[in-house]
Design a protein around this ligand. Structure first.
Ligand SMILES: [Fe+2]
Ligand SMILES: [Fe+2]
Length: 316
Protein backbone atom coordinates (compact mmCIF):
# COMPACT_ATOMS: atom_id res chain seq x y z
CA UNK A 1 0.00 0.00 0.00
CA UNK A 2 1.52 3.32 -0.95
CA UNK A 3 1.46 6.42 1.22
CA UNK A 4 -0.92 7.96 -1.30
CA UNK A 5 -3.41 5.14 -0.67
CA UNK A 6 -3.06 5.56 3.08
CA UNK A 7 -3.68 9.29 2.75
CA UNK A 8 -6.84 8.66 0.76
CA UNK A 9 -8.12 5.72 2.70
CA UNK A 10 -7.41 6.36 6.33
CA UNK A 11 -9.49 9.11 7.88
CA UNK A 12 -7.50 8.95 11.14
CA UNK A 13 -4.29 9.78 9.31
CA UNK A 14 -5.91 12.62 7.41
CA UNK A 15 -7.45 14.00 10.61
CA UNK A 16 -4.11 13.98 12.40
CA UNK A 17 -2.38 15.72 9.50
CA UNK A 18 -5.07 18.38 9.62
CA UNK A 19 -4.68 18.87 13.37
CA UNK A 20 -0.88 19.18 13.31
CA UNK A 21 -1.13 21.59 10.41
CA UNK A 22 -3.34 23.74 12.61
CA UNK A 23 -0.64 23.78 15.30
CA UNK A 24 -1.66 20.83 17.51
CA UNK A 25 1.26 19.15 19.27
CA UNK A 26 1.37 15.55 20.49
CA UNK A 27 2.71 14.65 23.92
CA UNK A 28 2.83 10.87 23.91
CA UNK A 29 2.71 7.82 21.62
CA UNK A 30 -0.93 7.00 22.39
CA UNK A 31 -1.98 10.08 20.44
CA UNK A 32 -0.22 8.88 17.29
CA UNK A 33 -1.42 7.15 14.17
CA UNK A 34 0.77 4.31 12.80
CA UNK A 35 2.07 6.41 9.94
CA UNK A 36 2.87 9.41 12.14
CA UNK A 37 4.71 7.14 14.51
CA UNK A 38 6.79 5.62 11.69
CA UNK A 39 7.84 8.97 10.30
CA UNK A 40 8.67 10.40 13.71
CA UNK A 41 10.63 7.38 14.91
CA UNK A 42 12.56 7.23 11.66
CA UNK A 43 13.47 10.92 12.00
CA UNK A 44 14.66 10.53 15.60
CA UNK A 45 16.53 7.32 14.77
CA UNK A 46 18.53 9.06 12.04
CA UNK A 47 19.11 12.12 14.22
CA UNK A 48 20.52 9.91 17.01
CA UNK A 49 22.85 8.05 14.65
CA UNK A 50 24.12 11.31 13.23
CA UNK A 51 25.02 12.63 16.66
CA UNK A 52 27.03 9.54 17.55
CA UNK A 53 29.01 9.20 14.34
CA UNK A 54 30.58 12.59 15.01
CA UNK A 55 32.70 10.91 17.72
CA UNK A 56 34.98 8.79 15.49
CA UNK A 57 34.99 11.67 13.01
CA UNK A 58 36.43 14.09 15.55
CA UNK A 59 38.62 11.72 17.51
CA UNK A 60 41.81 11.90 15.35
CA UNK A 61 41.81 15.68 15.83
CA UNK A 62 41.87 15.31 19.61
CA UNK A 63 45.28 13.68 19.23
CA UNK A 64 46.62 16.21 16.75
CA UNK A 65 45.11 19.41 18.20
CA UNK A 66 47.94 21.94 18.61
CA UNK A 67 47.30 22.96 22.22
CA UNK A 68 45.65 21.59 25.31
CA UNK A 69 42.88 24.17 24.91
CA UNK A 70 42.11 22.84 21.45
CA UNK A 71 42.04 19.27 22.70
CA UNK A 72 39.60 20.29 25.40
CA UNK A 73 37.44 22.16 22.90
CA UNK A 74 37.14 19.12 20.63
CA UNK A 75 36.63 16.70 23.50
CA UNK A 76 33.86 18.83 24.97
CA UNK A 77 32.16 19.13 21.57
CA UNK A 78 32.23 15.30 21.42
CA UNK A 79 30.74 15.17 24.88
CA UNK A 80 27.97 17.53 23.75
CA UNK A 81 27.22 15.37 20.71
CA UNK A 82 26.94 12.26 22.86
CA UNK A 83 24.63 14.19 25.17
CA UNK A 84 22.46 15.04 22.17
CA UNK A 85 22.31 11.36 21.25
CA UNK A 86 21.38 10.52 24.83
CA UNK A 87 18.39 12.87 24.67
CA UNK A 88 17.20 11.06 21.55
CA UNK A 89 17.79 7.59 23.02
CA UNK A 90 15.56 8.44 25.95
CA UNK A 91 12.79 9.43 23.59
CA UNK A 92 13.32 6.37 21.39
CA UNK A 93 13.03 4.06 24.40
CA UNK A 94 9.38 5.07 24.64
CA UNK A 95 8.99 3.52 21.21
CA UNK A 96 10.56 0.22 22.16
CA UNK A 97 14.21 0.92 21.36
CA UNK A 98 16.87 -0.64 23.56
CA UNK A 99 19.69 1.92 23.86
CA UNK A 100 22.42 -0.60 24.61
CA UNK A 101 21.55 -2.69 21.59
CA UNK A 102 21.03 0.38 19.43
CA UNK A 103 24.42 1.82 20.28
CA UNK A 104 26.68 -1.15 20.90
CA UNK A 105 25.27 -4.22 19.20
CA UNK A 106 23.72 -3.05 15.97
CA UNK A 107 25.53 -4.06 12.76
CA UNK A 108 27.57 -0.99 11.64
CA UNK A 109 26.19 -1.41 8.11
CA UNK A 110 22.71 -0.68 9.47
CA UNK A 111 23.62 2.70 10.90
CA UNK A 112 22.14 5.65 9.08
CA UNK A 113 24.91 8.09 8.35
CA UNK A 114 25.37 11.10 6.09
CA UNK A 115 28.51 11.55 4.05
CA UNK A 116 29.28 14.87 5.74
CA UNK A 117 30.03 13.07 9.00
CA UNK A 118 31.91 10.07 7.67
CA UNK A 119 35.41 11.37 7.09
CA UNK A 120 37.73 11.30 10.11
CA UNK A 121 39.26 14.76 10.48
CA UNK A 122 42.89 14.73 9.47
CA UNK A 123 43.82 17.67 11.69
CA UNK A 124 42.45 20.38 13.93
CA UNK A 125 41.91 22.79 11.04
CA UNK A 126 39.59 20.28 9.42
CA UNK A 127 37.68 20.00 12.70
CA UNK A 128 37.09 23.73 12.98
CA UNK A 129 36.10 23.95 9.32
CA UNK A 130 33.67 21.12 9.86
CA UNK A 131 32.22 22.91 12.92
CA UNK A 132 31.89 26.16 11.04
CA UNK A 133 30.24 24.69 7.93
CA UNK A 134 28.98 21.25 8.96
CA UNK A 135 27.66 21.89 12.47
CA UNK A 136 25.91 24.90 11.01
CA UNK A 137 24.16 22.64 8.50
CA UNK A 138 23.20 20.27 11.33
CA UNK A 139 22.07 23.20 13.45
CA UNK A 140 19.77 24.48 10.71
CA UNK A 141 18.00 21.11 10.59
CA UNK A 142 17.70 20.76 14.38
CA UNK A 143 16.45 24.35 14.78
CA UNK A 144 13.79 23.57 12.20
CA UNK A 145 12.78 20.53 14.28
CA UNK A 146 12.76 22.52 17.51
CA UNK A 147 10.57 25.22 16.00
CA UNK A 148 8.20 23.02 14.05
CA UNK A 149 8.10 19.43 15.27
CA UNK A 150 4.58 18.43 16.23
CA UNK A 151 5.90 15.88 18.75
CA UNK A 152 6.39 18.30 21.64
CA UNK A 153 8.89 16.25 23.74
CA UNK A 154 11.29 16.08 20.78
CA UNK A 155 10.91 19.79 20.00
CA UNK A 156 11.51 20.72 23.65
CA UNK A 157 14.54 18.46 24.01
CA UNK A 158 16.21 20.19 21.09
CA UNK A 159 16.37 23.55 22.85
CA UNK A 160 19.46 22.51 24.79
CA UNK A 161 20.89 20.67 21.78
CA UNK A 162 20.64 23.81 19.66
CA UNK A 163 22.04 26.02 22.36
CA UNK A 164 25.17 23.85 22.42
CA UNK A 165 25.38 23.71 18.63
CA UNK A 166 25.71 27.49 18.53
CA UNK A 167 28.93 27.07 20.52
CA UNK A 168 30.28 24.55 18.02
CA UNK A 169 29.49 26.86 15.12
CA UNK A 170 30.94 29.87 16.96
CA UNK A 171 34.08 27.94 17.87
CA UNK A 172 34.43 26.90 14.23
CA UNK A 173 34.04 30.45 12.93
CA UNK A 174 36.55 31.89 15.35
CA UNK A 175 39.24 29.37 14.57
CA UNK A 176 38.63 29.36 10.83
CA UNK A 177 39.38 33.11 10.89
CA UNK A 178 42.41 32.52 13.09
CA UNK A 179 43.96 29.88 10.85
CA UNK A 180 43.14 31.89 7.73
CA UNK A 181 45.26 34.71 9.12
CA UNK A 182 47.97 32.69 10.87
CA UNK A 183 50.30 31.89 7.98
CA UNK A 184 50.30 30.85 4.36
CA UNK A 185 50.28 27.14 5.15
CA UNK A 186 47.37 27.26 7.55
CA UNK A 187 45.46 29.47 5.11
CA UNK A 188 45.94 26.92 2.37
CA UNK A 189 44.82 24.17 4.69
CA UNK A 190 41.63 26.07 5.57
CA UNK A 191 40.86 26.52 1.88
CA UNK A 192 41.55 22.86 1.18
CA UNK A 193 39.26 21.73 4.00
CA UNK A 194 36.47 24.12 2.97
CA UNK A 195 36.71 22.96 -0.65
CA UNK A 196 36.26 19.39 0.54
CA UNK A 197 33.47 20.10 3.04
CA UNK A 198 31.37 22.57 1.11
CA UNK A 199 29.67 20.11 -1.30
CA UNK A 200 29.30 17.57 1.53
CA UNK A 201 27.46 20.17 3.63
CA UNK A 202 25.32 21.38 0.73
CA UNK A 203 24.28 17.74 0.20
CA UNK A 204 23.42 17.34 3.90
CA UNK A 205 19.97 18.78 3.19
CA UNK A 206 19.18 16.02 0.70
CA UNK A 207 17.89 15.96 -2.85
CA UNK A 208 16.37 19.05 -4.51
CA UNK A 209 12.69 19.54 -3.63
CA UNK A 210 11.50 18.72 -7.12
CA UNK A 211 12.96 15.22 -6.78
CA UNK A 212 11.61 14.47 -3.35
CA UNK A 213 9.04 11.70 -3.37
CA UNK A 214 8.42 11.21 0.34
CA UNK A 215 6.79 14.25 1.88
CA UNK A 216 5.42 12.68 5.07
CA UNK A 217 7.81 14.60 7.33
CA UNK A 218 6.24 17.85 6.16
CA UNK A 219 2.69 16.51 5.92
CA UNK A 220 2.82 15.35 9.55
CA UNK A 221 4.75 18.45 10.57
CA UNK A 222 7.65 16.49 11.97
CA UNK A 223 9.69 19.28 10.41
CA UNK A 224 8.72 22.58 8.86
CA UNK A 225 11.07 23.53 6.02
CA UNK A 226 11.82 21.76 2.76
CA UNK A 227 15.29 20.55 1.74
CA UNK A 228 15.83 23.52 -0.55
CA UNK A 229 14.60 26.05 2.00
CA UNK A 230 17.08 24.76 4.56
CA UNK A 231 19.89 24.58 2.00
CA UNK A 232 19.14 28.19 1.05
CA UNK A 233 19.33 29.24 4.68
CA UNK A 234 22.70 27.54 5.03
CA UNK A 235 24.04 29.14 1.85
CA UNK A 236 22.81 32.56 2.94
CA UNK A 237 24.99 32.22 6.04
CA UNK A 238 28.13 30.48 4.80
CA UNK A 239 28.59 32.29 1.49
CA UNK A 240 28.75 35.84 2.97
CA UNK A 241 30.86 34.53 5.87
CA UNK A 242 33.37 32.94 3.47
CA UNK A 243 33.43 35.95 1.17
CA UNK A 244 34.02 38.32 4.06
CA UNK A 245 37.18 36.40 4.92
CA UNK A 246 38.38 35.59 1.42
CA UNK A 247 37.68 31.86 1.45
CA UNK A 248 36.57 30.61 -1.95
CA UNK A 249 33.35 28.65 -2.09
CA UNK A 250 31.53 27.16 -5.10
CA UNK A 251 28.36 29.26 -4.65
CA UNK A 252 27.27 32.87 -5.03
CA UNK A 253 24.33 35.23 -4.69
CA UNK A 254 22.34 35.42 -7.90
CA UNK A 255 21.01 38.97 -8.32
CA UNK A 256 18.38 37.96 -10.80
CA UNK A 257 16.64 35.32 -8.69
CA UNK A 258 17.55 36.95 -5.37
CA UNK A 259 18.83 33.60 -4.13
CA UNK A 260 22.11 31.92 -3.35
CA UNK A 261 23.02 29.32 -5.95
CA UNK A 262 25.65 26.61 -6.27
CA UNK A 263 28.25 27.06 -9.01
CA UNK A 264 27.97 23.38 -9.92
CA UNK A 265 25.17 21.03 -10.63
CA UNK A 266 24.98 18.22 -8.08
CA UNK A 267 25.57 15.35 -7.80
CA UNK A 268 29.25 15.50 -8.74
CA UNK A 269 32.08 13.01 -8.49
CA UNK A 270 34.13 12.76 -5.30
CA UNK A 271 37.48 11.00 -5.15
CA UNK A 272 37.25 9.65 -1.61
CA UNK A 273 40.96 8.89 -1.31
CA UNK A 274 42.25 12.32 -2.31
CA UNK A 275 39.13 14.07 -0.97
CA UNK A 276 38.73 16.09 -4.12
CA UNK A 277 35.60 16.92 -6.10
CA UNK A 278 35.44 16.99 -9.84
CA UNK A 279 32.98 19.82 -10.40
CA UNK A 280 32.70 19.07 -14.09
CA UNK A 281 32.01 15.40 -13.68
CA UNK A 282 28.35 14.88 -12.92
CA UNK A 283 27.24 11.49 -11.69
CA UNK A 284 23.69 10.21 -11.89
CA UNK A 285 21.34 10.45 -8.91
CA UNK A 286 21.20 6.63 -8.88
CA UNK A 287 24.96 6.53 -8.36
CA UNK A 288 24.71 9.20 -5.70
CA UNK A 289 22.01 7.26 -3.82
CA UNK A 290 24.17 4.13 -3.99
CA UNK A 291 27.16 6.02 -2.56
CA UNK A 292 25.09 7.56 0.23
CA UNK A 293 23.51 4.24 1.12
CA UNK A 294 26.76 2.32 1.22
CA UNK A 295 28.61 5.06 3.11
CA UNK A 296 32.26 5.98 2.69
CA UNK A 297 35.04 3.46 3.29
CA UNK A 298 35.34 4.96 6.80
CA UNK A 299 31.78 4.24 7.87
CA UNK A 300 32.00 0.65 9.08
CA UNK A 301 35.50 0.91 10.66
CA UNK A 302 34.44 4.09 12.49
CA UNK A 303 31.32 2.56 13.98
CA UNK A 304 33.22 -0.63 14.86
CA UNK A 305 35.66 1.53 16.82
CA UNK A 306 32.74 2.88 18.82
CA UNK A 307 31.71 -0.68 19.63
CA UNK A 308 35.08 -1.98 20.70
CA UNK A 309 37.37 0.75 21.97
CA UNK A 310 37.79 1.97 25.52
CA UNK A 311 34.37 3.43 26.06
CA UNK A 312 32.74 0.58 24.13
CA UNK A 313 33.41 -3.01 25.29
CA UNK A 314 35.59 -2.05 28.24
CA UNK A 315 33.19 0.48 29.67
CA UNK A 316 30.34 -1.98 29.65
FE1 LIG B 1 24.82 17.64 17.95
FE1 LIG C 1 27.79 19.97 17.00
Amino acid sequence: MTSQTVERDDPREAALRERVRAGYQLEDPTQMTPRYRDVLVNTMHIAADLEVVTLPTYSPAIRTAPTLDDKIAIASACQDELGHAQVMYRLLEEFGYDTHHFLFERDPHEWRTFQMLEFPHEDYIESVVSMCYGDRAGYITTVDLEENCSFAPFARSLRKVNFEETFHVGHGERWVRFFWNLNERSRQRVQEAVSFYFPLCAAWFGVPDEMKKRTDQLAYKIRGATNDQMRQKWLSQVVPFSESIGIQVPAHFDEESGRYVLDYEPPIHLDEKTRTWDYDRRITWEEQFRIWKKGSRHKVPSISRLHHEVWGDDLW
